[in-house]
Design a protein around this ligand. Structure first.
Ligand SMILES: [Zn+2]
Length: 150
């Protein structure tokens, strides 16, 4: 899963205000719990604070009972990478964007292989949907493939 490869640039700074050691992985359960606990974000430098608030706002807001351990943050992150590609960014630009906005480090090579895997999954969906005469699903898959491959 692509989210498991994402690292948080500010994990050392976050540790300082949390008061305990944190894993580097941005979507590790302990990190997600920490980000949704009552931390004093004002003790962070403005850039880090802004990035972590963006992270919380974009990936950690759901109404699941088990939130943030419900899988939504990882799914939203994976969807965000696809949306950025469909918006026209290439894998290097996506990597730079994630670093800028969220302070997330994700290698362009990892993004590229994730995008390729996603196209393969969509191709499989398209085939199965066509076999079952589910034309709308097949067309939807084709649209996404075209947007990812352009
Ligand atoms: Zn959820």
């Amino acid at each position: 899963m692509i989210a498991s490869k994402a690292r948080l640039r500010s994990s050392r700074r976050l540790e300082r205000i949390a008061g305990f050691r944190l894993p580097d992985r941005a979507f590790h359960g302990v990190v997600l719990d920490t980000l949704t606990s009552r931390l004093d974000f004002d003790r962070l430098d403005p850039t880090t604070r802004e990035q972590l608030l963006e992270f919380v706002a974009d990936f950690l807001r759901c109404d699941c009972k088990k939130s943030p351990q419900c899988g939504c943050p990882e799914r939203r992150f994976a969807a965000t990478v696809l949306e950025l590609r469909e918006a026209g960014l290439d894998h290097r630009q996506i990597s730079a964007h994630l670093a800028d906005i969220y302070g997330i480090e994700l290698f362009p090579a990892d993004i590229l292989s994730y995008l390729e895997d996603s196209v393969h999954v969509l191709e499989a969906i398209e085939k199965v949907a066509a076999l079952q005469d589910r034309t709308a699903v097949a067309a939807g898959a084709r649209t996404h493939i075209a947007a990812l491959e352009r």
